[in-house]
Design a protein around this ligand. Sequence first.
Ligand code: 4QG
Length: 274
Amino acid sequence: MGARFPLMACASPIFQLAIVLMKSLFGLFPYNPNMIGLESLADPTDTWEIIDTIGKGTYGKVYKVSNKKDGSLAAVKILDPVSDVDEEIEAEYNILQSLPNHPNVVRFYGMYYKADQYVGGQLWLVLELCNGGSVTDLVKSILKCGQRLDEAIISYILYGALLGLQHLHNNRIIHRDVKGNNILLTTEGGVKLVDFGVSAQLTSARLRRNTSVGTPFWMAPEVIACEQQYDYSYDVRCDVWSLGITAIELADGDPPLSSMHPVKALFKIPRRYC
Ligand code: 4QG
């Protein structure tokens, strides 16, 4: 009996007040050691100024920005409206900021938050500008002129993309959306992987994945199989498949099965190639 909770203490007004305070504090600030506090992020407009729009739609909202202090240029991917950082944004941010720099992976310059008390704030991911555009744009514009991409150029692009993928895989990241639109060029001839929006960071406890994500025509059979059977899984090699499909895209202008509805293609891929 002596070890029972002292009921009298619970009834005391000070104790009640302390409980109410603690409850409201924990309600307002749920403890999450990984959460990025939006309040702690700098306002992007102090440093960056939007000067142009880049391919709206392909990657969400991406703009060309100029640094107000030194005039340097960058790209910004804007996510809005955000009132807190959800798991997806956090995963993309964690990958971008933890990944060591590599010449074949887009560089990350920082994350900012522009608050707005009415419509929800904007999260700005500031990234390296790849002024040459995507390799999909390149092959499409060359095909329009009745020409094809030179094999030497295709192999140069694939080599750069492979080095970028090797770097991601060495750091236990699966890109999961490798395709021509996510391989960008710089005016200096650089080849860079972009968009970690659906990428997965693997842990030593979990080297495989079982969620189906990506763009149908480029998706590996084992990734699609996860959509239909929950006991399937895949690893970093699914990116190599997608790069193979990208090789066909670079040569033909489109991936295989592209005349089909993407959902129908999803059913064809595992059966056709397995
Ligand atoms: C990025 C610049 C096209 C896009 C993500 C960086 C998405 C560009 C770009 O896009 N630079 C693209 C110029 C980027 C052009 C970075 C162009 C990250 N056609 O002039 Cl997720």
